[in-house]
Every structure is written in structure tokens, then in C-alpha cells.
Design a protein around this ligand. Structure first.
Ligand code: ARG
Ligand code: ASP
Length: 721
């Protein structure tokens, strides 16, 4: 107990002097946070952040395209997010002739903005604690399955009631692992147009070399605009739609920042795992991450090799490569960060104290006495299943063997022919049109030699890493017919399959009839895909699901227990892609012995990194010219232009694009990353090392105005000088 007290005291001290760990619920700021925020320098109220009675910051923050955050910066629907969040949209408008990824894109008037079918942004209208209604009829002694059914029924009722007679959508999400529930009522806009993006040499400057790292010099932003119907309500794209008029947009501050300044990040953190037991960290860092890192290292090496040789291939694989690389690099950082923190041991010590506390009371003993043993038993077998499942997904999805994805596009045709003797011509036609679209999309970004090399490589890696019981049937064939030679197998597969070029896939599609089913089933790419899917659907998926149910159930109890155990502390709920507030201060850090990182980077650093021989560090000529002539305008500070800064806000994936505001609530930056030494913050936050990285808004405006000559956009912003 004494040890525990010491831990608590030292944690409190750490928080007071440094970072504020936590991703807080906007609705509860008044209760838990606002006082501390104001002590740290914040000048506004909780109502200014979240309110249902007046326009508040929440009306200017949105989910951007399902995985990022964005914010309004004008009263004409103008929004800013990261370059990497707009990346696939920018890429989808790019060709070798009109290469917006490389050259950037700027609409010089509203007419020139580019529509993005399938893109959406989601605003929160209001949220509400619905725990009691969700748990109505649920007993503590119920089996998980029964509990889940009752909850699902209750949630449906709540959602239906919340959206009745409105154009809103609603979702109920569990907090604290099912110990609390909130309803979110949202408004979704669907006509979102690309307004501008800097060239990748600015928006992705430093590329994957600098990704997850500080010091950083990336101008990671892109600009879009929301359109609405004549009533200012959401509608599908139509040329006649009007720019959305929001209740609130962020004023943009040119005043700059100093070390120690208050900062707040308001956005959509995806997922964190702060309350898991030590066994979870052990599973991830010793089993799952190493396997995943291995398979992705191979994918990346192969892609890189071909991308370096050919500009067309580089464009085709740019987004795929960035996607594969991003988590690959973070996993490595997480392993390192947790190791340095001695995180497993910290959790074990905590668990020992917890266990002691449980033993002090018979009632607790009855409820929580076996919890840790049950976890231990569960994790003893969960690791292999999780690794098998993740590795399998790496093989046939996630830029693994791509040709199997083409084969799988034909699944709907097979389904219909297997169900009906004489399917309706109309229906067949509809399916074919869709497949044709998918094929065009796919082949636009496909390079067969990459796929073939990856295929041979990762089939072999899967075998090395995963338990034999999860080997698909095809491995037996590779052993028998190819003597275990994966390269020979891949050579043959790519020679024989119909699916490596668009013309032959299209041919097959056009003539598809009842007789084609047999032919399709004999195609080696189809066979490979089906073999893996069989293992997935017969073994790994159901196993993983049942493990998930057990972990969910234990997590719910353990969370409840931890809240009792630490009842003197206000715990924050794990991230679950709902709107959260993080707050902290602008602050540098010491990454390793004798090294100190400052809090801010400037354009000087871009010029230092400039190297025409390294793709990631090629500085555009125009930027060099602005630098030479010191043509900085009002974005200048101390003779230079600030580019990025770091602060102690607790953020995670999904927070990209989040507004970073100062004590007055003015926009000073756009969040886009975390620093390498602190990426383990999803599992354990270290106030000394965890920093979020933001783009300084002045650099974004400098690029828009001076570099791109799109200064007209600044006229619609509210600029604080
Ligand atoms: N690491 C950042 C985040 O997780 C940015 C990723 C995009 N950039 C890249 N070079 N892959 O999303
Ligand atoms: N780059 C991340 C994102 O895209 C942010 C992070 O993980 O810190 O959301």
C-alpha cells in the first residue's frame, strides 16, 4: 500500500509539472477539467468548447472522411485537415499529366474546386449519457451473450428515438469498456470539394523517413470545402449546391506561440488501451508486432525497389506504401518506448497492488479475486490466434497479394449463379457494371512485378510465423508440386491467372455465364484467395471472436475494478473515435542522454534538409526562392517562418487534422503526428517523452498565400494579428 501511495504521489507530481495525460469528454469538462485548464492558462469556458445552447467549438470540428479530424476556418464552409488525410482524394484526381500529388493543386475560384464522390464529414450535434437506458434489464450475473443482446436492443431503441423525424444519424458508444454509454447525434455532409493541397514535397516533406519523428518540417495540410443545399442542410453532390454556412468557425491566429503556452487539441482519437493488463503488452510486443513488422518490412523493401526505378510506379504505389509504412514504423517505436518505460513491470507492480487491495475485502475477493488469473489463462492462447489472424489479413488484404483481390471481385457473380439456375439478366448486368468499376480502380494503381515478388515473399513469411494449424491448403500443394519453392509457385500463378491485367479480367467479365463459374474456380489466384479465406472463416475468425468476447467481458470487470481501486483519481476513458479534448503545453523534450529538442522548427530546417538526391528531401524551387528573398510577409517571426511545433497533448491516430488552439481558442496549428519516443502513448503515456506534433498554422497560410498564390482564400478567414 505504501508503494502504491508513492506511485500515486509521484504520478500526481509528474502531471502537475508536465503533461496532462488524458482524452476528455467534452460534455464533462465543466465537472472534471475546466478548472485545471484555466489554471494552465485557458481563458475560455467549458461552454465555449461544447454547448447545446450556443454556438461552440464543437460546431467547427468534424470527422473527416471516416478516419481523421478537420475544422472549419471560414464562414463559407472552408475546412483544413492534413495532407495525409486528404491524400487519397488528391491522388484520385492525379494522373501522370496532371500530377497533383507531385505538383500540388489550387482552385483559383469555387468553380475550380474538385468533387469527391464518397467523401463525407460528420459533425456532432449533441451527446448524452445514456448508460441507464442502455443497461436497462442487464444483470451483473448475466452471461456476456445475453448481456450483449439486451444492450443491442436497447441501443436500437435509443438510436431510433434520437433520429426520428430528423436528417441526423445516431450512434451509441461504450466508454470505460462498457461501464458507461454515450449517445452521439450527428449530421453528415456529403458534398466535400478539394480546394487545395501543397505539393508532396511540402505536404509530405520528409516522407516516411521523417514520419513519426521530431524535429519535423512537414507542411501536412490540405483544404476542402463543405457544400449544402439551399436550406444549409446536407445533400448529395450537385453543381448548384451552396457553400455550407456554419454556426462557428475557428479564428486563425498569427500571434505565434512560446514554450509553456497552453494548447488544446479537439478531435477524434481512434483507440487507446490504457487499462489492459501486463499480458496484453507482452502479447503485442513479443509476439504480434514482431510478426507484423517482419511481413511489412518485406512488402516495403519490394515496393521501394520498384518505386525508385519508375515515376509512374511511384505514383501508383505512393498511398499504398505510406499506408503500409505508417503502422510498421509506429509498432517499432511502441516496442522501444514500452521497453524503456519498463511498462510490463510497471503493470505487474500495479497488478500486485491491485491484488492486495482485492484481498483486503471479502466482497471484492469474490468479485475480482480471479480476474488476473483468468486474464493470464486467456492470453496464454490468445496470442497465437491474434498473430495468425493479423498475419492472414496481411497476406490477402492490406496490400498483400493484390491479385487475389481481383479474383475476389467476382464473388458476387459466383454467388448469384450458385443460388439461381437462371439469374435475371438485369441483375447480372448491375453486378458486372460494379465489377468493371472496381477493376478500373484497381488497375489504375497496379504494378504486376511488385505483386509477384511480394506474393512469393509473404507466403513464405506466413508459414514461418504462424502455427501450422492455420496453414491454408495451398501450402500442401506448394510443398508437393513446387518442392516448397514459393518463387516457382508465384511464377506459375502469375503466368496462369486471368487477373493480372485489366484486359483479360474484363474479357472474362464480359463473357461471364453459368459456365464461367468452373473456370473461375480453377484460376490459381481465386484458389489462393479461397484457401486463405477458408482458414479465416472456419478457424481464425470464429476463434478470434470468441476470444474477443471473453476479453471484452474481463475488460469490463477489470475497468470497473480499477475505477474502484483508484477512486481518488479521475480516470479518462480509452479513445473510441468520439470527440475528445486533450490539453497541455507547448514543450520540448530530451529524447536521449545529452540531447535536448526545442519545441519549434522553422524554414531554416527545411533548407538544411534539402537534398536533391533524396526523394523525401527535395525542396521545391519556388520555396527556395521565397527563402532566398525572405519573402515571408506577415508569417515571419524572428527573421524566419515557423513550420511545426510540439506540445504535451495526449493524442492518437484519428487526431490527425485536429484543431490545435491557444488560450483564447484561436487556431494556432493542425495536429498531425506524434514524436517517435512517445508513440507508446496508446498503451502507456510517458509525460517526459510523449509529444504531439502540429503544423504551425502560419506555415500553412504562408504556403497558401506566398507559395501557391491562393491568397484569396485568406479573405474568408478570420485572422487575428
Ligand atoms: N504518422 C502520421 C499518422 O499516423 C502520418 C502518416 C502519414 N504519413 C506517412 N508518411 N505515411 O497518421
Ligand atoms: N498521424 C496520426 C493520424 O493520422 C496521429 C497520431 O497517431 O498521432 O491520426
Amino acid at each position: 500500500m505504501k508503494k502504491l501511495l508513492l506511485v500515486i504521489i509521484s504520478l500526481h507530481l509528474a502531471f502537475a509539472s508536465l503533461a496532462k495525460e488524458g482524452m476528455w469528454i467534452p460534455l464533462l469538462l465543466e465537472k472534471y477539467n475546466i478548472e485545471e485548464m484555466q489554471e494552465m492558462g485557458f481563458k475560455l469556458t467549458a461552454e465555449d468548447i461544447y454547448s447545446i445552447n450556443q454556438a461552440s467549438m464543437k460546431d467547427a470540428v468534424m470527422i473527416f472522411n471516416g478516419g481523421c479530424t478537420a475544422e472549419l476556418i471560414s464562414d463559407q464552409g472552408l475546412i483544413i485537415t492534413n495532407h495525409h488525410c486528404g491524400y487519397s482524394a488528391i491522388q484520385s484526381h492525379s494522373t501522370v499529366e496532371n500530377d497533383y500529388l507531385t505538383d500540388g493543386f489550387w482552385a483559383m475560384s469555387k468553380e475550380e474546386e474538385l468533387a469527391n464522390p464518397n467523401m463525407s464529414v460528420t459533425f456532432l450535434k449533441y451527446m448524452e449519457d445514456v448508460t441507464d437506458s442502455v443497461l436497462k434489464g442487464v444483470e451483473e450475473t448475466m452471461a456476456m451473450k445475453e448481456r450483449e443482446e439486451i444492450i443491442a436492443g436497447n441501443i436500437k431503441k435509443i438510436n431510433d428515438q434520437a433520429t426520428k423525424d430528423t436528417h441526423y444519424t445516431a450512434t451509441v458508444k461504450p466508454f470505460f469498456h462498457g461501464n458507461q454509454y454515450f449517445l452521439f447525434v450527428n449530421e453528415v455532409f456529403k458534398d466535400i470539394r478539394l480546394v487545395g493541397a501543397p505539393p508532396s514535397a511540402i505536404g509530405k516533406f520528409g516522407g516516411d523517413t521523417d514520419n513519426w519523428m521530431w524535429p519535423r518540417h512537414t507542411g501536412d495540410f490540405s483544404v476542402f470545402r463543405i457544400y449544402a443545399d439551399e436550406n444549409n442542410e446536407p445533400t448529395e453532390f450537385s453543381a448548384g449546391n451552396k457553400p455550407y454556412k456554419p454556426a462557428k468557425h475557428f479564428p486563425v491566429s498569427l500571434k505565434g506561440i512560446e514554450e509553456g503556452d497552453f494548447t488544446m487539441v479537439f478531435g477524434y482519437p481512434g483507440s487507446t488501451y490504457q487499462y489492459v493488463p501486463s499480458f496484453h503488452l507482452e502479447m503485442l510486443t513479443e509476439k504480434v508486432y514482431p510478426g507484423l513488422i517482419d511481413i511489412r518490412t518485406h512488402k516495403l523493401n519490394i515496393m521501394d525497389k520498384y518505386m525508385e526505378q519508375d515515376r509512374g510506379v511511384r505514383i501508383k504505389y505512393a498511398a499504398k506504401n505510406a499506408g503500409v509504412s505508417n503502422s510498421w514504423k509506429r509498432w517499432r517505436g511502441e516496442i522501444r518506448g514500452l521497453d524503456i518505460l519498463d511498462a510490463q513491470q510497471k503493470k505487474k507492480d500495479y497488478q500486485a497492488d491491485f491484488q492486495e487491495w482485492v484481498a483486503e475485502d471479502a466482497d471484492r475477493e469474490a468479485r475480482y479475486g480471479n480476474l488476473l488469473d483468468e486474464y493470464e489463462e486467456l492470453y496464454a492462447t490468445l496470442g497465437d490466434v491474434r498473430l495468425g489472424r493479423d498475419m492472414l489479413l496481411e497476406v490477402i488484404f492490406r496490400n498483400g497479394i493484390e491479385v487475389t483481390n481481383v479474383a475476389s471481385m467476382f464473388r458476387p457473380l459466383i454467388n448469384i449463379y450458385e443460388k439461381e439456375e437462371e439469374p435475371k439478366a438485369e441483375e447480372i448486368k448491375k453486378i458486372k457494371v460494379n465489377i468493371k468499376k472496381d477493376l478500373a480502380n484497381f488497375f489504375k494503381d497496379y504494378h504486376q512485378p511488385i505483386d509477384k515478388e511480394i506474393t512469393a515473399d509473404i507466403l513464405s513469411l506466413y508459414k514461418e510465423n504462424v502455427n501450422d494449424e492455420y496453414l491454408p491448403a495451398v501450402y500442401e500443394k506448394i510443398a508437393r508440386k513446387y518442392n516448397g519453392d514459393f518463387k516457382a509457385y508465384a511464377d506459375r500463378l502469375f503466368k496462369k491467372t486471368m487477373f493480372t491485367d485489366e484486359a483479360s479480367a474484363l474479357n472474362f467479365l464480359e463473357d461471364f455465364s453459368g459456365r464461367s463459374v468452373k473456370k473461375l474456380k480453377k484460376d490459381p489466384a481465386w484458389e489462393l484467395f479461397e484457401n486463405f479465406i477458408d482458414v479465416y472463416s472456419d478457424q481464425l475468425y470464429p476463434l478470434y471472436q470468441s476470444f474477443n468476447q471473453k476479453t471484452d467481458s474481463l475488460n469490463q470487470i477489470y475497468m470497473k475494478a480499477q475505477m474502484e481501486f483508484e477512486s481518488d483519481k479521475v480516470l479518462y476513458p480509452d479513445a473510441n473515435f468520439t470527440l475528445r479534448v486533450g490539453y497541455g503545453k507547448v514543450k520540448g523534450y530530451e529524447p536521449r542522454d545529452a540531447v535536448k529538442y526545442l519545441y519549434q522548427t522553422t524554414i531554416e530546417g527545411i533548407m538544411e534538409k534539402d537534398n536533391p538526391d533524396i526523394y523525401d528531401y527535395r525542396v521545391p524551387e519556388r520555396l527556395k526562392e521565397l527563402y532566398r528573398t525572405k519573402n515571408y510577409g506577415r508569417y515571419e517571426e524572428k527573421g524566419t517562418v515557423p513550420v511545426c511545433f510540439i506540445a504535451t497533448n495526449h493524442t492518437t491516430g484519428g487526431n490527425s487534422g485536429s484543431p490545435v488552439v491557444n488560450a483564447e481558442g484561436h487556431l494556432i496549428g493542425v495536429n498531425f503526428d506524434r514524436a517517435w519516443e512517445g508513440v507508446m502513448s496508446d498503451l502507456m503515456f510517458n509525460p517526459e517523452q510523449c509529444r504531439n506534433i502540429s503544423l504551425d498554422i502560419r506555415y500553412a497560410l504562408f504556403i497558401i498565400d506566398k507559395f501557391a498564390g491562393a491568397g484569396y482564400l485568406l479573405d474568408e478567414m478570420t485572422i487575428i494579428e
